[in-house]
Design a protein around this ligand. Structure first.
Ligand code: NAD
Length: 260
């Protein structure tokens, strides 16, 4: 291929998605940065990647809770750059409540953003990848794609769904140069987890450090957060040529959580 390959990273203005966009830009891929906000700062992220890494990078607003916008994100990226070679389904939200109190509207939003969006973006990206004979789909699932925790019904259901979707796409594309895998992070200190720390600290009447040690990292045998850079490194590896025969599987970056 003459031209540079292009990566679309959903939900890439913050946390893990932003680190993945940065890592793939540093590897020489053109980048499509996405979120649902369309703020000046969002466009500045894309401009910064282009400047620092000498690639082309654009911001495309699309709300991953909306099927048509998921597909339009892929279509806009392909028409701007000629192809979508890497698709990283990263956008995700969290909400914590017992099943009988779980707001229906939050359930629907989590299933839409954390699970269904990956179906829609993949459906839009796969024809081009098939035709090119090369593609990488990386779904950011979670340790909660492999294990459950109380009060996270929608999140656990969505992330288990993502792992199932990952395996199915892998089988459909096996031998076509296109792989599909899931990265399963344990706890990573991002805004998504910061909210949980503050909520749990308030409920338990504990300080921040005690909450992190006793409640949050109770699941994670290393007792250390994974970093966004470590998750980005795992995602970038799955996009590499070394990973060409890795498909339909999960790569845990969880400090031992799922070994137990
Ligand atoms: P974050 O809150 O820092 O970032 C989430 C990103 O998704 C933001 O860019 C946000 O704008 C975007 N987003 C949210 N709703 C969207 C929508 N409707 N449409 C488009 N974009 C939207 O969160 P994070 O911790 O970086 O999480 C990223 C992914 O990693 C999520 O799928 C999350 O479930 C997963 N994950 C996170 C952890 C963790 O400990 N932080 C652990 C396992 C899995």
């Amino acid at each position: 291929r003459e031209s540079r390959r292009t990566a679309v990273v959903t939900g890439s203005t913050s946390g893990i998605g932003l680190a993945i966009a940065e890592r793939l830009a540093s590897g020489g891929f053109n980048i499509v940065v996405n979120s649902y906000t369309d703020a000046e700062a969002d466009h500045a992220i894309a401009a910064g990647l282009a400047r620092r890494y000498g690639v082309e990078a654009i911001y495309v607003r699309a709300d991953m809770s909306k099927p048509a916008e998921c597909r339009a994100l892929v279509e806009a990226s392909a028409s701007r750059f000629g192809s979508v070679d890497i698709l990283v389904n990263n956008a995700g939200i969290q909400y914590v409540a017992p099943v009988e109190e779980f707001p229906v509207e939050r359930w629907n939003a989590i299933i839409a953003i954390n699970l269904s969006s990956a179906f829609h973006t993949a459906a839009a990206a796969i024809p081009g990848m098939r035709e090119a004979g090369w593609g990488r789909i990386v779904n950011i699932a979670s340790a909660h794609g492999l294990r459950a925790s109380p009060n996270k019904s929608a999140y656990v259901a969505a992330k288990h769904g993502v792992v199932g979707l990952t395996k199915t796409i892998a089988l459909e594309l096996a031998g076509k140069g296109v792989t599909c895998n899931a990265v399963c992070p344990g706890f990573v200190l991002t805004p998504l987890v910061e909210t949980q720390i503050q909520d749990r600290a308030r409920e338990a009447g504990l300080d921040r450090e005690t909450t992190i040690r006793d409640i949050l990292l109770e699941k994670q045998p290393s007792k250390e957060f994974a970093t966004v850079e470590q998750i980005a490194g795992a995602a970038a590896f799955l996009c590499s040529e070394d990973a060409a025969q890795i498909t339909g599987t999960t790569l845990s970056v969880d400090g031992g959580w799922t070994a137990a």
